[in-house]
Design a protein around this ligand. Structure first.
Ligand code: SF4
Length: 281
């Protein structure tokens, strides 16, 4: 088992304003999910969340916007936020997650202090048209290639439990491996009644096996992160994820759903005799 666990916190600095039709996403305006929606989270709130995440052991702090890709306006906002967060919590490694991005846009983020970029493939190329019709999977793959070209740390993963087959899960993992990511966030679909998808059919045992499959298919990734859906998917069995190859978790809230209290996650890690990682490459 991994002895060091890497903690990351995500901050939805813009929420619920996306026009795309990703069927798993409550941030799309099309499905009218009952979530908080705003153009910009106030800077004071973002800085408060950053300091709180740092104080609870998070190494990564991810600035997430809800849109298909970066626009001139969102690029400026993310850069402004990055500069302010560095002033109050310089220990945090800043991650941006702002959708599709060109090499030029990524270089602007890098200049503003962003160290890593998260863009998920979400699912396999073949299954993707079943969950999104407004943009192609290839744009997602190209953005990940741009992240590597920009010299940013690549974080890319996907979601299990959308109705995909096991073959399609393997295909997604092979595509992820081909991008050589440093970190692979895996999410388990968290159903919202406003969405058209059927609830996640996976059992906890099947989900644990998928963590193991992710680890073995992408052996060179420094971190396999269990991100959204952890609490719902594993319930009282959450601690087992580490024995199956996960060495990173998101602490605190997710984008539109609540997570466990940060303290209880820290307690879980310590109770297993694991250490919270103090630095990240
Ligand atoms: S592009 Fe991103 S924010 Fe927009 S609906 Fe799809 S997953 Fe959600």
């Amino acid at each position: 088992m991994n002895e060091e666990i890497f903690l990351c916190s995500i901050c939805n600095i813009n929420s619920g304003t996306c026009n795309e039709d990703c069927k798993f996403c409550s941030q799309s305006v099309r499905y009218k999910a009952n979530i908080e929606r705003y153009i910009h989270k106030p800077m004071e709130k973002i800085l408060e969340e950053a300091v709180n995440a740092r104080d609870h052991g998070a190494l990564g702090f991810c600035l997430v916007t809800a849109d298909k890709g970066i626009t001139d306006k969102s690029l400026k906002f993310v850069c402004d936020v990055a500069k302010e967060v560095q002033k109050v919590a310089p220990e945090l490694r800043l991650i941006a997650c702002n959708g599709t991005a060109t090499l030029e846009q990524l270089l602007v983020l890098k200049e503003a202090g962003i160290k890593a970029y998260n863009h998920n493939l979400e699912t396999s190329e073949a299954f993707y048209p079943n969950i999104c019709t407004t943009h192609p999977w290839s744009e997602r793959y190209e953005t990940c290639q741009n992240v590597n070209k920009a010299g940013l740390v690549l974080i890319t993963g996907g979601i299990f439990g959308l109705g995909e087959t096991q073959q399609e899960r393997v295909s997604m993992l092979e595509s992820l491996a081909s991008l050589n990511p440093a970190s692979v966030p895996i999410n388990f679909y968290h159903h919202n009644e406003a969405l058209q998808l059927q609830p996640n059919p996976l059992t906890a045992d099947e989900a644990l096996e998928l963590i193991k499959l992710t680890r073995t298919t992408i052996p060179h990734a420094q971190r396999i992160m269990v991100a959204g859906g952890r609490e719902l998917m594993f319930g009282k069995r959450q601690a087992e994820i580490f024995a199956y190859g996960a060495n990173s978790i998101v602490i605190g809230n997710y984008l539109t759903t609540s997570g466990a209290a940060m303290e209880s996650d820290l307690e879980m890690v310590r109770s297993l005799g694991l250490k919270v990682a103090k630095s990240v490459q």
